[in-house]
Design a binder for this molecule. Structure first.
Ligand SMILES: [Zn+2]
Length: 504
């Protein structure tokens, strides 16, 4: 199976400098390529000083995001002149004996190859890394047209570069570290936190920087396979989870995962605010300003790590609880939208609780619910357990006993049904409701008769096992029950049977 592993790199000082220089050049390269496509789209190449004669095509509309087939210079599968290189020969490509205009990315990749001979900064970079840079820009355009993402932006800082499959090689493996060969950079030491001997094949690798540290994210092919998901009839228990702000998770077995508020607890929030303020007051462009901001990024990086670790622990605890996990299907993006302004009708605004909402949004984002759900999903897949997302509507207002839905059922952490008087911790109750909505019904283990029902319970009087009775006529396991046949069966008074058990 393919799996993504992250490792922390231990590059030397010169390797760090080299990788930072690569990122600077790659950022310029990407921004240049984007600019070239934008100009092509805006001007239709009419003010570019070339004598190209081209056919008109219908342009794409960036407002409505309608793409007209092969005619857009931004994504430009074939003809259009989104990119017109100085050497026109580079704009053409031959496929199946027909000479055509190449796609924008095709042209830009060819120009990039030329740049590698002309400019030393480009020449130092691995050619495949440069090509992946263009491919990533293409992916950004595809995301814009097809997946509703934002229009590709000019980057102020690039944080990562990518290698094509099979380029990064794993060198010697020691207990605590290993050595990777990164083409163009050389042998880089890394903290070995996995069993690298399992790796059969290395696919795409992304080298990235965060908080002044360097990491590599590797897509690897390993020999292990994931277990099959349990079929529904083998699932014996289900756990519902309710994520919240006061308690991070309420589990339907009554336990909780506390919310430690990694970045929004008063101490950290204050510290971050002080450092941010101090950094913003330093002289613009000075070394001190750069140092101050470096300190902030490092703090934020550490906080993110802490949140990640905490969420892994919480996810592991939840997945171990039961055979199936039910969670709310939340739209977190909509939940953290800012408060809508309220007009007072005189050109002004009424109070709308915007600052309160902003504060709540910060806390919600600090919880990392989406991240927690992802971690639960992954751990559940590894354990072969299903995760079911259920509709969270009224999950905190619905009474689990009578099904009565009322806003007034809940007050703070207490749940008190206005209809039947059922009371419970509000978050636990919500998690139980979620577990119910998963819709799995389990047969009860013991069928017990209610007390004093007056029915007859068959009890065998004799014939121990393995001893053959000679008188087969006496053995009557399937005779009709009769209240008066006291030799074979005894009437068991339920009150007695409680006290003395079966033998009474
Ligand atoms: Zn009720």
């Amino acid at each position: 199976m393919q799996i993504r592993w992250n490792f922390k790199l231990k590059p030397t000082k010169s390797q760090k400098i080299q990788m930072s220089q690569w990122l600077t050049t790659l950022r310029k390269h990407r921004n240049y390529a984007l600019r070239e496509r934008n100009i092509g789209f805006d001007t239709n190449n009419q003010d570019i000083d070339t004598s190209v004669v081209y056919a008109w095509g219908s342009w794409c509309d960036t407002e409505s995001r309608t793409e007209y087939g092969s005619c857009c210079p931004l994504t430009c599968p074939v003809i259009k002149h989104g990119v017109v290189p100085r050497d026109l020969g580079k704009a053409l490509k031959t496929s199946k004996g027909v000479v055509k205009w190449d796609s924008a990315s095709g042209v830009q990749m060819k120009v990039t190859t030329q740049l590698r001979h002309e400019i030393p900064a480009f020449g130092n970079i691995n050619s495949d890394v440069l090509q992946r840079n263009i491919a990533k820009l293409d992916a950004a355009f595809t995301n814009f047209w097809k997946h509703g993402r934002g229009y590709p932006r000019y980057l102020r800082a690039l944080k990562s570069f990518e290698y094509k499959p099979k380029q990064v090689k794993i060198g010697s493996i020691k207990d605590s570290y290993a050595i990777f060969y990164l083409p163009g950079i050389g042998n880089v030491k890394m903290h070995n936190s996995r069993d690298l001997k399992l790796v059969k094949d290395v696919r795409t690798c992304t080298v990235k920087t965060s908080g002044g540290y360097w990491f590599i994210s590797m897509l690897v092919e390993i020999s292990d396979d994931l277990p099959q998901e349990k079929p529904v009839n083998e699932v014996k228990s289900v756990v519902g989870i309710d994520v919240g702000v006061n308690k991070l998770v309420a589990v339907s077995d009554g336990s909780f995962v506390e919310n430690v508020r990694i970045t929004t607890n008063s101490r950290t929030a204050r510290r971050l605010a002080i450092r941010q303020r101090a950094a913003s007051r330093k002289l613009k462009g000075s070394k001190n300003k750069a140092k101050a901001f470096k300190k902030i990024t490092r703090t934020k990086h550490k906080l993110a790590l802490r949140r990640e670790g905490y969420n892994w622990q919480a996810a592991s605890k939840i997945v171990k609880t039961a055979d199936a996990i039910g969670r709310e299907d939340l739209n977190i993006k909509n939940m953290v939208k800012r408060a809508k302004p309220k007009h007072d009708g005189k050109g002004g605004y009424k109070k709308n609780g915007a600052s309160r909402k902003t504060g709540l949004n910060k806390v919600i984002l600090d919880c990392g619910w989406g991240d927690l759900f992802n971690k639960i999903a992954w751990l559940a897949v590894k354990a072969g357990k299903p995760v079911i997302a259920v509709n969270p509507k009224h999950s905190s207002q619905e009474c689990p006993q009578c099904g009565h839905v009322d806003k007034n059922n809940r007050s703070g952490e207490k749940f008190l049904c206005t209809n039947c008087g059922h009371t419970e911790h509000a978050d636990t109750k919500a998690s139980i409701t979620i577990a119910k909505r998963v819709g799995l019904v389990f047969p009860k283990n013991k069928r017990t008769l209610p007390a004093d029902c007056g029915k007859v319970t068959p009890v065998k009087t004799s014939t121990p096992k393995r001893v053959e009775s000679r008188n087969h006529a006496c053995e009557s396991p399937c005779t009709q029950l009769s209240l008066f046949d006291l030799t074979a069966y005894t009437v068991v008074d339920s009150r007695k049977s409680k006290r003395y058990g079966k033998n009474s």
